[in-house]
Write a protein that binds this ligand. Structure first.
Ligand SMILES: Nc1ncnc2c1ncn2[C@@H]1O[C@H](COP(=O)(O)OP(=O)(O)O)[C@@H](O)[C@H]1O
Ligand SMILES: CC(C)(COP(=O)(O)O)[C@@H](O)C(=O)NCCC(=O)O
Ligand SMILES: [K+]
Length: 279
């Protein structure tokens, strides 16, 4: 078995993948916001032959986790943001500073779709662009839905946005504090993604496939006006592409990869942008 770990600022996600069949056997998430006890909730390591890790947690957390895993597992691969990988050149002035989850997402999306916009709706919402040909432009970071809500301190922090709500409801004016906050932050998040996507496609003169991941991807997706796909395993896809271990991975296949969404024509994106800036 392969154990894949995606350690974020809110949740540490794990999944077990069969080395032979490439099937996902199990998966889970551990709440890691206040504290992360390395190893405590990770599956039985006896069956694990290799571990692949993407972590944006503090260095000490990663060091402890890797130390613990190395004692029990033969191969431990830790992803890093580099200046170049898999045909993509990192757009950051200091490539190592780009969040490795963003780098994994961008690499996976590029491998799947070529030039792309990859959006990760987690603790933070990150939006990254890679042009056809592989130039990563850099990206945008804004607070995620939960962080936005917590920063308001209006006593609504524990009232989550119902992920099954329709975008129409979530974009309507709120009729009480909870609604006003939830609809406000939802509007902020989806407007930012819609606008940033259109602005960058316009600047660069190319309509790019748009891919979403992260804990809030499903609900954000409902408010996105252009064609796109939700890919929950996008960060894992980057790990598979960087450290291919199974036959399927060596052939370039990433588990759970969606169909590539065909973007709308650039003229339509530009028309939408012109319309929204005229109003
Ligand atoms: N069941 C859930 N538990 C925790 N957070 C959730 C859940 N469902 C959705 N979320 C949202 O997803 C975010 C965490 O998403 P995730 O992509 O795992 O973040 P990160 O990678 O930053 O840890 C939370 O900030 C919250 O807004
Ligand atoms: C921006 C992030 C905090 C997002 O992390 P997440 O919301 O997935 O937990 C993470 O990618 C990070 O720590 N990045 C380093 C800073 C940067 O990318 O510029
Ligand atoms: K994120």
């Amino acid at each position: 078995m392969i154990l894949d770990l995606d350690i974020g600022n809110t949740l540490s996600k794990w999944r077990l993948k069969d080395t032979v069949s490439s099937e996902i056997r199990s998966r889970g998430a551990v709440w890691t916001r206040e504290e992360w006890r390395p190893g405590s909730d990770i599956p039985d390591l006896d069956v694990v032959e290799a571990v692949r890790i993407s972590s944006v947690a503090r260095q000490t957390v990663l060091r402890e986790t890797v130390g613990l895993l190395r004692r029990q597992v033969g191969a431990v691969y830790v992803a890093r943001s580099t200046a170049e990988a898999l045909g993509v050149t990192n757009g950051y002035e200091d490539p190592g500073r780009l969040g490795v989850d963003r780098w994994m997402g961008a690499l996976a999306s590029y491998q799947l779709a070529g030039g792309c916009c990859s959006v990760d709706c987690g603790s933070a919402i990150t939006i990254d662009f890679v042009l056809p040909g592989g130039r990563h432009l850099g990206g945008y970071i804004l607070p995620g839905l939960r962080l936005m809500k917590e920063s308001l301190q209006l006593g609504t922090r524990n009232v989550a946005i119902d992920p099954d709500s329709e975008a129409d409801e979530l974009l309507a004016p709120g009729k009480n504090t909870v609604e006003a906050v939830n609809h406000g932050i939802y509007m902020a998040a989806v407007s930012a993604v819609n606008r940033i996507y259109s602005e960058v496609c316009d600047r660069e003169g190319v309509a790019l496939p748009l891919l979403l991941t992260g804990g809030d991807a499903r609900v954000v997706s409902r408010g996105i006006r252009v064609p796109h796909a939700v890919w929950p395993d996008m960060v894992y896809g980057g790990l598979e592409a960087c450290f291919p271990l199974t036959v399927a991975e060596r052939a370039g296949r990433m588990s759970g990869a969606p169909r590539v969404p065909a973007p709308v024509a650039l003229e339509k994106i530009r028309a939408g942008l012109a319309f929204s800036t005229l109003l």
